[in-house]
Design a protein around this ligand. Structure first.
Ligand SMILES: C[S@@+](CC[C@H](N)C(=O)[O-])C[C@H]1O[C@@H](n2cnc3c(N)ncnc32)[C@H](O)[C@@H]1O
Length: 422
């Protein structure tokens, strides 16, 4: 039992858990309890179960944390990286949203997808021509995958720093990272792209996401009003997400085992544009600069800063290297120089050298030659040894995360059953 008093939010979580418990106890699973709650993070549910002394077994990790449904459509998008706060809709939600969007788009206008790239395929499937779709996102790797497959417009833009280019649309869909500065920027961008009489659909964090969720919802409605949108409907908890590999790993690192995919839920709100008005651009602290090297399916972000020594060796920021949190406010995000799509975080004295070594691994070149080209002199024996040791570290990380990716992407009996059911 914790010695500090419970917060209001912890008491609310306990209350939701107790309300949901009858059904969960009957089914004897922690996973069904998590799914019955309004988007409460599984580690917080585990704490509540312990606090309340309930006889519900919190499953221990064994391999991957999440039992998955079949990969979502389109299957070939770059892996989500935690620094983009990428949580993708599951297949059910993609279909649901595609139908809702098509029904709002009776005039056959354009549809703008801000931070919602997985909706392209399902919208094409329901009969919206790719030429009528515009995707805006800051993740260039995902946009490039979309361009390879669809003839839609795909615009790279950081919506916290730039106004989106792009045509005026009759329906705009947003799913920003779930932080209020991001919501404010995305809603403003939606206004810039929206016609008068057009619609905005937003995925909104449900009440169990965090202590401030109820106030956050009011703020989102206010941002919408400031950009000329009036709320016309909301449906709690109807949107659900795939658990990304980085979160599956983070849950394992927090000793939470198998939970069915789709536990993370969102509320859907939709608005109509009544007035053409644009709010001031909020000032957002610019995010740090990172380089990215993709090796196989593994995305490695490396801090763009000057090297402080010739020693590139990686030091893990957590036991087992996986950080047990997916919050952008976790202090280790500020300390890190290297962060992978599997949520492994490291420091290094020489991120520039790590970048050169990672590129050499990707191109199957000599890492020593790459580093020598970068620094402009021949390495001595101990410098060369450290470069080779760092290359070994990177290769091991890639090997482990590729294996995790396989389990994550294909795992689960449930997935096979659903595939066969079509
Ligand atoms: C919460 S995810 C939503 C993904 C969506 N549910 C889907 O299935 O397509 C957030 C999305 O916004 C993008 N994103 C994050 N920060 C952004 C920014 N500042 N500007 C533009 N896009 C951003 C991410 O790359 C990601 O695609």
């Amino acid at each position: 039992m914790s010695s500090s008093p419970l917060t209001d939010f912890e008491i609310r979580i306990d209350n939701w858990v107790l309300d949901a418990i009858d059904c969960a106890v009957r089914q004897h699973t922690f996973g069904s309890l998590v799914r019955a709650l309004p988007g409460v993070y599984p580690a917080s549910v585990a704490e509540s179960v312990r606090r309340l002394g309930l006889r519900i077994q919190v499953p221990k990790p064994s391999g991957g944390s999440i039992r998955r449904r079949p990969p979502a459509h389109p299957p070939a998008l770059a892996l989500p990286h935690p620094f983009d706060s990428t949580w993708r809709f599951d297949r059910r939600t993609q279909r649901l949203l595609a139908n809702a969007i098509a029904s709002l788009n009776r005039q056959r206008g354009r549809v703008a997808l801000l931070g919602t790239p997985t909706l392209v395929g399902p919208l094409v499937d329901v009969g919206i021509a790719p030429e009528r779709l515009v995707v805006v996102d800051r993740d260039e790797a995902v946009l490039s995958d979309i361009r390879k497959r669809y003839a839609c417009e795909a615009i790279e833009s950081d919506l916290t720093a730039q106004d989106p280019g792009g045509p005026i649309s009759s329906v705009v869909v947003i799913d920003p990272p779930w932080y209020m500065d991001q919501f404010e920027c995305f809603v403003r961008a939606a206004g810039l792209l929206s016609s008068c009489g057009g619609y905005l659909i937003a995925s909104v964090p449900p009440s169990g996401t965090r202590a401030s969720a109820t106030a956050d919802r009011r703020a989102i409605v206010r941002f919408a009003q400031e950009n000329g949108f009036a709320l016309i409907g909301e449906l709690p908890g109807i949107l659900s997400y795939q658990t990304p590999l980085f979160e599956s790993n983070a849950l394992s690192a927090a000793s939470i085992g198998e939970i069915d995919d789709g536990w993370r839920r969102a509320d859907m709100m939709w608005f109509r544009r009544e007035v053409i008005v644009t709010a001031e651009r909020p000032s957002v602290v610019p995010s740090d600069a990172w380089d990215e090297v993709i090796i196989g399916s593994v995305r490695i972000r490396i801090r763009a800063r000057a090297d402080s020594s010739m020693n590139p060796l990686l030091l893990g920021l957590a036991d087992d290297e996986i950080v047990a949190s997916v919050s952008r406010n976790d202090i280790r995000r500020q300390q890190a120089d290297v962060w992978t799509s599997g949520n492994r975080g490291y420091t290094t004295e020489a991120p520039g050298l790590v970048c050169a070594i990672a590129r050499a691994c990707r191109e199957s070149e000599s890492s020593i030659s790459r580093v020598e080209l970068l620094v402009g002199f021949r390495l001595n024996a101990s410098e060369a040894e450290r470069v080779v040791a760092t290359e070994r570290q990177l290769r091991r990380i890639v090997e482990v995360e590729e294996a995790e990716y396989e389990t994550w992407a294909n795992g689960g009996i449930e997935g096979v059953a659903m595939d066969q059911a079509g």
